[in-house]
Design a protein around this ligand. Structure first.
Ligand code: ASP
Length: 343
């Protein structure tokens, strides 16, 4: 190994990339990824020293939860000084949630943490896994003047690197499974690997990594729809222990102006519930007060989620509640971009 060879840690959490077909049932299930890696000789051609670890019991990412997020963040913390970059292999279903959560848990991150996965298993003839994995490793190894180029949590899929907390899974079929509607991609792989440095998070000099380990799960999401009734709304608002509600509204943050609706929200806010206005549109964001149908929400101090994704809003709320941000400051902190997750 040459002295300046980058050291990369690969962490397999589960997902299609390392799955094999159960020939009896035909369903995809997790496999021992370390064994599988031996079947990718291409990795030896990379000018990197790669170590890999795997969750003891790899999971389909539909089983991902905040405890696993903290586990991933802790593994990164424990190996932080020994590696130049980290690649987290993850199922695509909830990858955007994990990428968002990690961005909040890893404060002052100064090295790349790249999440990737695939739509087809790595052993499949037509797999998208090899390109995703190999380019993710190359991105995690990129340095300029001895400093990592990417110093944030990214998500790499089908030739594009995105800011993780800006992504959403948009397709269950296409290799291009992710999009970042409200923020440009950070890098693109073609004949050359082009990094768009102007979109990267600025370097936070002289700040060391702080790994947060508390996520408060007392959060819910309610997507509005024409015809939603009082009992549905009330049953969500009265959920035991609920501390924050992501309200997925229409268009630029609009909602019904019916008295029963506004009164219920108002009462809950007065009782200390944080209600966050996030648009159910894929692109664009909330502009409270633009229409009459959002001015009432603004008046009652509903939190402006601006152009944040629902995935990032959920993990941001869990992180802030877990960090004990007080009721008084919650709105101001939420409306501030902490990791480039909103404008
Ligand atoms: N169900 C799988 C998962 O999210 C799909 C994938 O790996 O892309 O774990």
């Amino acid at each position: 190994m040459s002295l300046d060879m980058r050291k990369i840690l690969l962490l397999y959490t589960g997902g299609t990339i390392g799955m094999v077909k159960d020939y009896e049932s035909g369903a995809l299930k997790s496999f021992n990824f370390n064994k599988l890696l031996k079947h990718i000789p291409e990795l030896n051609q990379l000018d990197c020293s790669i170590n890999s670890i795997s969750f003891e019991n790899p999971i389909d990412s539909s089983n991902m939860n905040p405890k696993e997020w903290v586990k991933i963040a802790t593994i990164i913390e424990e190996n932080y000084s020994d590696y130049d970059g980290f690649v987290v292999l993850h199922g695509s279903d909830t990858m955007s949630y994990t990428a968002s959560a990690l961005s909040f848990l890893l404060e002052n991150l100064d090295k790349p943490v790249i999440l990737t996965g695939s739509q087809l298993p790595i052993g499949d003839l037509r797999t998208d896994a090899k390109e995703n994995l190999i380019t993710s490793i190359q991105i995690a190894a990129l340095q300029s003047k001895g400093v990592p180029v990417i110093r944030e949590v990214g998500l790499y899929f089908e030739y594009k690197l995105y800011r993780g907390n800006r992504t959403t899974k948009i397709n269950a079929e296409n290799f291009q499974a992710f999009a970042s509607f409200n923020y440009p991609h950070l890098a693109e792989s073609g004949v050359h690997l082009n990094v768009f440095t102007e979109y990267l998070l600025p370097r936070r000099k002289n700040k060391s990594l702080v790994v947060h380990k508390k996520m408060d799960e007392n959060v819910a999401v309610l997507k509005l729809f024409p015809g939603i009734n009082k009992s549905v709304l009330e049953s969500v608002l009265q959920t035991d222990g609920l501390k924050a509600l992501i309200l997925e509204t229409y268009g630029s943050g609009n909602a019904s102006t019916a008295d029963w609706f506004l009164n219920s929200l108002k009462k809950s806010i007065e009782n200390g519930l944080h209600i966050i206005n996030v648009t159910q549109c894929s692109g664009g964001g909330v502009i409270m007060g633009k229409y009459e149908t959002s001015s009432h929400l603004k008046q009652m101090q509903v939190i402006n989620g601006k152009d944040i994704t629902t995935e990032a809003a959920i993990s941001k709320a869990m992180y802030m509640l877990g960090s004990g941000v007080s009721g008084k400051h919650f709105k101001t902190v939420f409306e501030t971009s902490l990791r480039g997750e909103m404008h």
